[in-house]
Design a binder for this molecule. Structure first.
Ligand SMILES: Cc1ncc(COP(=O)(O)O)c(C=O)c1O
Length: 397
């Protein structure tokens, strides 16, 4: 059996990795190179929408690999039109741009916001962003991110951001008062890396109204919370609003890298030929992955499943930890759940893996679960049975 090195000599040291190497998966289960089995509550960090080795996704991707993996955007790509039409239908917006990752989708959103401003004669456009936000690790998206750990060592940061606290409409009004350079408000409907922090539905409606009143773009980063995870296609839809710009990635291709920016009428025609592009964005393999992922989600009712199984999971944790002062809050919706503990709990990642459960800890003290949307109630019960005793023992230390 291959031995796993504690440190890789050749891969850059960008992640604090566990001493585990995964070899293959089926559904929500994965196996490491030594044959140990795990229940995967992390889903590649909200990426593996259909789990691993899905019996209808795999043959579709095999077919596409044999036909064409990539072609240039110098030509029309019919599958782009197909995926764009589907995203337009699901979002109520009008046009999509395709890229490959979340940060790229957010970069495109930020460029849209700046050009929206420039087109109106605003030469120093500013975008409102949030405390604890995470938008990616490019220079612009790490500047928009609200976590100093992500930014340290990479200054000078990109300017043109105004940072505000979550769910406080007065703070947003005060921070932007009389500022004619503001062009957009940019937030995650449920913050993922920041600790599974939902924007309140009433707050999102207030921001929508303010954006309409002031002529700002409302830009909602649905990279982690979107694509059915909360039980609606996009988490902001629970508030009954529509953004002007919506970056997507992660779950859109069920593991194949796909990113998108979906825009409504206010933002759909800002980019003109030459303003933006990316070599890999919208290639036939990525587009097929998106089209087939959404098709299977619809055929199998995975939104309803995410809502139902997620509610079951949350209720089970609430019951197990009722009255436990070591558990501060259980947050999230559908299959995006966070359990905030009263102390930092990074050690739980390895302990859970030892017990056969993959998950992550974010914002130091939040146990986060973002499993595949095919998770069954019985599998959710297994997660609870594995995790509750681990947390209880940890809190008793
Ligand atoms: C909300 C959000 N936006 C953007 C990103 C960046 O995506 P990527 O890692 O694909 O660049 C992430 C990644 O965790 C995210 O959670």
């Amino acid at each position: 059996m291959p031995q796993i090195e504690a440190a890789s000599p050749h891969v850059m040291n960008t992640y604090g990795r566990l001493p585990i190497a995964l070899s293959h998966g089926r559904g929500v289960r994965v196996w490491d190179v030594n044959g140990k089995e795990y229940l995967d509550a992390l889903g590649g960090i909200a990426v593996n929408t259909l789990g691993h080795g899905h019996p209808r996704l795999v043959p579709a991707l095999q077919d596409q690999v044999a036909r064409m993996i990539h072609c240039s955007n110098y030509y029309h790509v019919p599958l782009q039109e197909q995926l764009a039409a589907k995203l337009v239908e699901l979002s109520g917006l009008t046009n999509a741009f395709f890229c490959s990752t979340g940060l790229e989708a957010n970069e495109a959103a930020l460029k849209l916001a700046r050009k929206y401003g420039h087109d109106k004669g605003i030469t120093n456009p500013k975008v409102v962003v949030y405390e604890k936000a995470f938008h990616g690790r490019s220079i612009a998206t790490l500047s928009a991110t609200g976590n100093p750990k992500v930014q340290v060592g990479f200054g000078p940061l990109v300017e043109g951001f105004i940072r505000v606290p979550l769910n406080d409409i007065e703070a947003l009004k005060t921070a932007t008062e009389g500022d004619k350079d503001v062009v957009a408000v940019f937030f995650e409907a449920i913050q993922g890396e920041g600790g599974v922090n939902p924007m309140q539905l009433a707050y999102m409606r207030q921001v929508r109204a303010l954006c309409d009143e002031r002529g700002w773009l409302m830009m909602i980063d649905e990279v982690q919370c979107g694509m059915g995870r909360t039980g609606k296609w996009f988490a902001h839809q629970w508030a009954g609003i529509k953004p002007d710009v919506m970056p997507l990635a992660k779950g859109l291709g069920s593991g194949v890298p796909v990113g998108a920016v979906v825009a409504g009428p206010k933002a759909a025609n800002i980019f003109q030929p030459g303003n933006h592009g990316t070599t890999f964005g919208g290639n036939p393999l990525a587009m097929r992955a998106g089209v087939e992922t959404i098709r299977i989600m619809e055929e199998d009712g995975l939104l309803q499943n995410a809502e139902r199984v997620g509610a079951h999971l949350k209720a089970a944790f609430e019951k197990a930890f009722a009255g436990n002062p070591g558990v501060k809050e259980i947050r999230g919706q559908g299959l995006m759940l966070g359990i905030e503990l009263a102390k930092p709990c990074g050690v739980l990642v390895q302990r859970a893996a030892d017990a056969g459960l993959l998950l992550s800890v974010t914002a130091d003290s939040v146990v986060r679960m973002v499993p595949a949307l095919i998770l069954t109630q019985a599998e959710a019960d297994e997660i609870v049975a594995l995790l509750v005793p681990l947390i209880q023992a940890f809190l008793a230390e």
